[in-house]
Write a protein that binds this ligand. Structure first.
Ligand SMILES: CC(C)(COP(=O)(O)OP(=O)(O)OC[C@H]1O[C@@H](n2cnc3c(N)ncnc32)[C@H](O)[C@@H]1OP(=O)(O)O)[C@@H](O)C(=O)NCCC(=O)NCCS
Length: 332
């Protein structure tokens, strides 16, 4: 075999998460909407999710995850050259949640910006960060996925409110020595399908008004079944393309870390790309769908459980609003 080619050298120095303390179980949801624990488990795999208190916002968790990741990496937060926050539930329309995160951490100086790519956001952010490292723009970057999805849910709509949760995950990455990093990655989007999963109001298309609030336009609107179909198709294609570009086979992947939206989407994806359940990481039962935060949280938890060692080959794959998708193969 020819020597492995690391296309984008980078090293993940440390990871961290920050989650609200409050656990909302499926039984709690039974008291809110016409649903059952059995329906939610069977259709989604979700058992519980974390819900933020009123005085917390997305930057609360982004800051917490970044602090934890820096501690885990053994580096000072002020050594970061850039902070990238992937989110669809920003603190404010402007400035970015990354800037609010800097404020929460009392950490001015580094470049700070958000990436808006829905549940694919963290993989988009990782791709951007990898290129910033290669281009020499930055040497060390905090890549965060953070959401407070509970603020954009209609708590009377059983088809959406049972699916999501709040929290953040982060990784500190820096330029590698060529032995670790991305073997291959891809990303894409289909904006023609934007209306199948979106928050209609609050932006320039539909600014906030009494009517937009009364009509519940500030919450997640989703065609669940259509989204499901696209999610599996996009994640399968994207993962297969990344593995082919990396020159690796499904059996070479130590752990597949997919976006955590629904256990059925995850198992269908793993099955079709040829990576069995034993080598696919699942934590959707604990957290529900935390959009851009699911992959860094899953990575952190998998590391904590000893499922990943230095040098292992990992595959990431995600899909989200946009539509957006991305996948990458990484030598950890
Ligand atoms: C939302 C989702 C779980 C629904 O599962 P589904 O099997 O597609 O179910 P359907 O939407 O077809 O609805 C089936 C029935 O369950 C009902 N239902 C929906 N939510 C329910 C709930 N929480 N409890 C009980 N019944 C529910 C529907 O009203 C429908 O009833 P009907 O047949 O009488 O009309 C599934 O479509 C999904 O996971 N989609 C992707 C969502 C996602 O991951 N989004 C983010 C992508 S990043």
């Amino acid at each position: 075999m020819p020597p492995e080619k690391i296309q984008k050298s980078l090293k993940i120095l440390g990871t961290g998460t920050s989650l609200p303390e409050r656990v909302m179980t499926n039984a709690d949801l039974e008291a809110l909407v016409d649903t059952t624990d059995t329906w939610i488990r069977d259709r989604t795999g979700i058992e519980e999710r974390r819900i933020a208190p009123d005085d917390a916002s997305t930057s609360t968790y982004a800051a917490g995850a970044l602090r934890a990741a820096a501690e885990n990496a053994g580096v000072a937060l002020d050594s970061l050259d850039a902070i990238i926050v992937a989110t669809s539930t920003p603190d404010t329309v402007f400035p970015s949640t990354a800037c609010w995160t800097q404020r929460a951490l009392k950490l001015p100086g580094a470049a700070a910006f958000d990436v808006s790519a829905g549940c694919t956001g963290w993989l988009y952010a990782l791709e951007i960060a990898a290129n910033l490292l290669i281009g020499g723009t930055a040497k060390r970057i905090g890549v965060v996925g953070a959401e407070v999805m509970s603020r954009v849910l209609d708590w009377e709509d059983r088809s959406t409110c049972v699916l999501f949760g709040d929290g953040a995950g982060a990784a500190i990455i820096e330029s590698g020595d060529g032995s670790q990093g991305l073997l291959a990655s891809n990303w894409g989007a289909d904006g023609t399908l934007a209306p199948i999963l979106y928050q209609p109001a609050g932006g320039t298309q539909m600014p906030a008004s009494e009517e937009s609030v009364a009509d519940k336009k500030h919450v997640v609107h989703m065609e669940g079944r259509t989204v499901f179909r696209h999610a599996v198709a996009c994640m399968v294609r994207s993962t297969q393309e990344a593995m082919a570009a990396a020159g690796v086979e499904p059996d070479d992947i130590k752990l597949l870390i997919p976006h955590q939206a629904n256990a059925r989407i995850i198992s269908a994806t793993g099955e079709r790309v040829g990576i069995p359940a034993e080598r696919t990481y699942v934590c959707v039962q604990r957290y529900g769908n935390i959009s851009a935060a699911t992959i860094p949280i899953a990575l952190h938890d998998a590391l904590g459980e000893g499922r990943i060692e230095r040098g292992d080959l990992l595959a990431f794959t995600a899909f989200g609003t946009g539509l957006t998708w991305a996948a990458s193969v990484l030598r950890y």
